[in-house]
Structure formats: C-alpha cells, structure tokens
Design a protein around this ligand. Structure first.
Ligand SMILES: NC(=O)c1ccc[n+]([C@@H]2O[C@H](COP(=O)([O-])OP(=O)(O)OC[C@H]3O[C@@H](n4cnc5c(N)ncnc54)[C@H](O)[C@@H]3O)[C@@H](O)[C@H]2O)c1
Length: 351
C-alpha cells in the first residue's frame, strides 16, 4: 500500500528502538554479555579506523552545558548521535547526558535505524573503557576505583568486571547518596564493593582508577601525589573545553592514549598540555602498530572523550541484534509518494 492511503508503505518505515525496547533487549542479552559483545564491535571498528570519515564532533556550548552532533561513516553506513552534557541537570531531576542516534544506508541515504542512545551511550562508553583497559591496565588487575558515582558508574564497573576481570570496586562521590545508589545496584553483581569517604581512600590498592565526574570546570579529582606507579587511569569525565579531571602533573607523567586527536586536543585532559605533548592513538595499539603498556611501573592514561566511531559501532550492534525480533517498532518516518517526484500530489491526496 502507498503512503497516500492510511497505511504507509514499507519504504516509509524505519525501525525505531525506544527506551523500553532497549531495556528489554539488554535484559534479553544480559548486561555483561552485551558489554562484552559491544566491546567486540568497537574493537572491530578501531581495527578499521583508517577507512572512516572522521571529524571532531560539532558542539554547541552554553553557560550550562553542551549539545553535540557526532557523525561518521565507513563508506557503507553513516551514523550520527545527538548528545547533551548538562552537569547541573541532576539537581533539576534531569539527566546530565541524554542521547539518540541514527544509522543510514550510504547507497540510498535512507535511515535504517533510529534508536534511543542514553542507555546505549552508557553501555558503549563502558565497553570502550574496558576495551582500552584490556590493552593498557596492568596484567592481573583486580581492583578498580570508581570516582563519580552517577549515571555511568555501574556500567563502567560491570564492563571492567566482564572484560578485564576485576573483582573489587572502591567507590567515591562528593554526594554520598550517589555512592549508596551504586553500592545498592552492584550488591548482587558478584563484586566486592567498598564505599569510601575520599578519592584518596578509593584509589588505595586499586590498579584501575576511573574518574567519571560531571562538573563544568577544570576540576582536580586526582592530584599527582595520590597516583603511584603501575596504575591505569581511565579518565571519562573531562570531555569538554574547560572541563578536566586530572592535575596537570599526572597528565605530564602518564603515557597518554587517545581516541581522535583533533577532538581530544579540544576536549580531553590533553587540552591542559602544550601542542607537542606526546600521545598514542588507541587504534594503533589495537592494530599492533603502537605499543600499549610497556612495563609494570608505567602509568597509563586513557584520555577518553567519546568518539563518533564508538557510537557507530553501538548502532551497528543494535541493527544486527533487532533483526527478526520485536525489540523495535516501525516508525512512519520517510515520505514515500507513488511517483518519487510527486511529493506534492501525495500531500494533496491525503487531504
Ligand atoms: N568519555 C565519554 O565517552 C563519556 C560518555 C558519557 C559521559 N561522559 C562524561 O562523564 C561524566 C559523568 O557522566 P554521568 O552521566 O555519570 O553524570 P552524572 O551527573 O550522573 O554523575 C556525575 C557524578 O559526579 C559526581 N561528582 C562531581 N564532582 C565530583 C568530584 N569532585 N569528586 C567526586 N565526585 C564528583 C556527582 O556528584 C555525580 O554523582 C560527565 O562529565 C559526562 O559528560 C563521558
């Protein structure tokens, strides 16, 4: 049936994954198996890094936050994510980060998937962190410090458990209610969960230090004297101009690994450093063209800001998972006139 009738044609329909269906899908797969599978998709795309269209995300800043578009393409599919970052939002009962995304066919330009990405972003960010830690964290890491116990925290922790094999997490947040929430949510995760009263206490004995705080400023979550040798720092929260988490001296001392340098330079901990500060691109570690962790005493730093290719991987994963399932609904998104050039006629006939 054509779209001048009540029922839209198949060509008009785009699979849409709502928040409800995303949650059903994640429960169906299981949180940890899905984090592991997602990390596999991200890793596959990091191996294909050179063939992607790459650009720093397009950011629109205001005094209170940022709204960003994150596009990329592998030549066959095109994807983008809409995402915001508003640290003041939680005080108003809203989330700091919300997102949705779209995947399209490069040959026709037609969208093939529209999906919620607030939950999916937390999953892909955690999967990417754990993938990086697999290459950079000290061998046999068992304990992680999780500083910043907001929306991302449980995802970050469970990905390190599933992919890196940690068995213990030490939590800290300036808001003890956030720490209580994470401790409650992870109570039956199989992890030993320790709530701490300070960042110093949280990093005691930890080999992986994750900072995932939200503040629209240059914060100092970790100072140089707090960080011993041989640890891996997974810095997630410094992801905007003027928004960092680490003291400059740690950044200077650590070996830095980044996603896409032109974006990290503007948004990551790297913004604190001079233009000639050395770093390694993570995709090169994954393809074996650059070295990851060199020795047991080295401090490694994943200066994560979140790059479009990781969202593209997550969109690909969802497209593959929902095929022949009821984890999506069809959206009447694309006008489909009988004669492709008679868009106006289609409108008139619908009156
Ligand atoms: N790198 C990426 O790919 C990526 C992806 C998603 C989110 N992020 C960033 O991660 C950060 C956290 O996101 P979220 O969704 O969990 O935010 P959120 O607002 O839900 O949680 C942030 C938590 O940080 C805590 N906090 C703030 N300042 C702190 C400090 N000095 N010490 C300890 N805790 C502190 C807050 O109390 C809050 O509980 C944000 O800055 C976000 O932009 C990065």
């Amino acid at each position: 049936m054509k779209s001048n009738a009540l029922q839209p044609s198949g060509k008009a329909l785009v699979p849409f994954v709502s928040v409800d269906n995303m949650m059903r899908l994640i429960h169906h797969i299981g949180v940890e198996p899905m984090l592991t599978a997602l990390a596999g998709y991200v890793e596959d795309d990091f191996r294909r890094w050179e063939l992607f269209d790459k650009t720093p995300r397009v950011a629109s800043h205001s005094d209170v936050g940022v709204i960003e578009l994150m596009p990329t393409s592998d030549g066959e599919a095109y994807g983008f994510k809409y995402v915001n970052g508003h640290p003041k939002n939680t005080k108003e009962g809203l989330q700091t980060v919300t997102a949705f995304g779209l995947l399209a066919d490069v040959y026709t330009g037609y969208p093939v998937l529209l999906t919620e990405m607030t939950i999916l972003t937390a999953m892909r960010t955690a999967a990417t962190s754990a993938m990086a830690a697999k290459y950079l964290a000290p061998k046999g890491a068992t304990t992680m410090a999780m500083i910043g116990n907001g929306a991302q925290a449980e995802f970050q922790t469970l990905a390190m458990k599933a992919i890196v094999g940690i068995d213990s997490v030490r939590l800290f947040d300036i808001d003890s209610k956030a720490t209580e929430k994470v401790a409650r949510n992870l109570a039956s995760s199989g992890l030993t969960v320790v709530a701490c009263a300070s960042a110093e206490e949280a990093i005691e004995g930890a080999q992986i230090l994750t900072t995932c705080t939200a503040d629209k400023q240059n914060a100092t979550i970790l100072t140089d004297n707090m960080v011993g040798s041989g640890v891996h720092i997974n810095a997630i929260g410094g992801d905007c101009p003027g928004k960092t988490e680490l003291h400059r001296d740690i950044v200077a001392r650590a070996d830095m690994f980044v996603e896409y340098p032109p974006q990290t330079r503007i948004e990551g901990e790297l913004q604190q450093m001079p233009d000639d500060h050395p770093f390694t691109e993570l995709w090169q570690v994954i393809t074996g063209t650059a070295q990851g962790r060199r020795d047991a005493r080295q401090v490694t730093l994943f200066d994560s800001v979140g790059f479009a290719i990781e969202d593209f991987s997550a969109l690909r994963f969802i497209r593959d998972q929902i095929r022949d399932t009821d984890y999506y609904m069809d959206l009447d998104l694309l006008a489909d006139p009988d004669d492709p050039r008679d868009l106006f006629g289609m409108l008139m006939r619908s009156a």
